[in-house]
Design a protein around this ligand. Structure first.
Ligand code: ATP
Length: 364
């Protein structure tokens, strides 16, 4: 009798995670981080992919081949279709440079990823889009800067990079030789994936490419000394979130939700990932909590309790409840209207309190 094997269908994320552990022979870095995995396709329990190698047909290639097939079959793939393509001399030289990127970076300027770096990383995440993750990122960063901290922001939300717009940034980073200088706005240093997109055209970047970009943001960008680096991650638990978890094991997290219970339920997944990867959750920020009425009462338009419930679920704390309100342009302020709330507004004050809480929680 023929017994049909019951196999789990792998997702792209799972496959990339498995491949991440496999190193390119003479580059000493993961084939995924180096962007050597191409044309990945998964159909039922068949996985097919192309790998770029230094030298086709070499002993190293065969070794990588065996490692990949073995790892994927062990994880449940029935068949693994592997093709190879040879890297050009130019690509190879660039990758060799990148392989040592961290060391080169350390020679050029101290890397934020160096073990002696004192920078506190805070990843701002959410379960779904549109809950105000970018708004919280830029306003928390600004509030920390107002407290006198040296602050940087990385906008890694590739599907909706809104940080430059929210901060009123029109310029691009300056590139000097091999060094990239972040854009500085109101004392906050900013790098955004959006700086590398022309005319707001849609970008289709695959996971490994994103990871590479993000890594370059740490190793090729001269941040100077920073007390805090706040990262705006794409919503959900995709590749970039995973990259950040792996690249920044010391990163702490803030989870943004709205009071709506469904939003909080979805956000719990992002929180569960943080817990699973041992990232400390600083707390939950509930955004759009209520609409403040002129008589001082509150209208809970989107319901109540989502933030509280999520915090309890994650054994964390609700560290801010931000009401609905447009960041107003001050009469005296002739700058463009941005997404930053003025320090003396109700919401600006709430962000100051949030920044104080964050400082308290991250200072020993
Ligand atoms: N408290 C608030 N009151 C009023 N509008 C808000 C508030 N918070 C955010 N917004 C607005 O809601 C919209 C979505 O916010 P934002 O871009 O910060 O969300 P997001 O979670 O980062 O979304 P995405 O992941 O899709 O980029 C923006 O237009 C923003 O100005």
């Amino acid at each position: 009798m023929r017994v049909k094997r019951c196999v789990a269908v792998l997702t792209e994320e799972q496959v990339l995670n498995i491949l991440k552990k496999i190193k390119a022979p003479d580059l000493e870095q993961s084939i995924v981080d180096l962007g050597l995995v191409r044309d990945l396709k998964i159909q039922a329990d068949n996985v097919s992919l192309k790998i770029a190698v230094a030298q086709a047909g070499s002993q190293e290639q065969m070794q990588v081949q065996q490692e990949i097939v073995q790892a994927l079959k062990q994880a449940g793939a029935e068949t693994v279709g592997l093709r190879f393509e040879e890297l050009s001399e130019q690509d190879l030289a660039a990758l060799r440079g990148q392989g040592n990127g961290q060391n080169q970076g350390q020679n050029k300027f101290p890397s934020l990823l160096a073990p002696e770096s004192k920078t506190v990383f805070i990843a701002v995440t959410s379960g779904k889009g549109g809950v105000g993750k970018s708004t919280v990122t830029v306003n928390l960063a600004t509030a920390l800067q107002r407290l006198g901290k040296r602050v940087g922001v990385i906008d890694a939300d590739i599907y909706g990079f809104s940080v430059p717009d929210m901060m009123g940034i029109d310029e691009r980073p300056e590139v000097e030789g091999e060094v990239i200088h972040p854009v500085e706005k109101d004392g906050v240093k900013v790098m955004s994936m959006g700086f590398f997109v022309e005319d707001n055209s849609p970008v289709i970047w695959r996971g490994p490419m994103l990871g590479k970009m993000l890594k370059n943001f740490f190793t090729e960008v001269e941040w100077g000394e920073l007390d805090y680096l706040v990262l705006d991650l794409p919503p959900g638990t995709g590749d970039v979130a995973l990259d950040v978890h792996q690249m920044l094991p010391q990163s702490k997290e803030i989870i943004v939700t709205t009071p709506h219970t469904t939003a909080a339920f979805v956000a719990a997944r992002a929180g569960a990932m943080a817990l699973k990867t041992n990232h400390e959750i600083l707390g939950v920020v509930e955004n759009m909590s209520y609409y403040p009425l002129p008589d001082g009462s509150k209208d809970y338009i989107f319901g109540q309790g989502g933030g509280e419930k999520l915090a309890a679920n994650l054994k964390s704390e609700l560290i801010a409840q931000i009401p609905l309100g447009q960041p107003n342009k001050l009469e005296s302020d002739d700058r463009l209207l941005t997404g930053i709330y003025p320090a003396d507004s109700l919401i600006g004050g709430l962000y100051s309190s949030l920044a104080e809480t964050v400082v308290k929680k991250t200072t020993n």
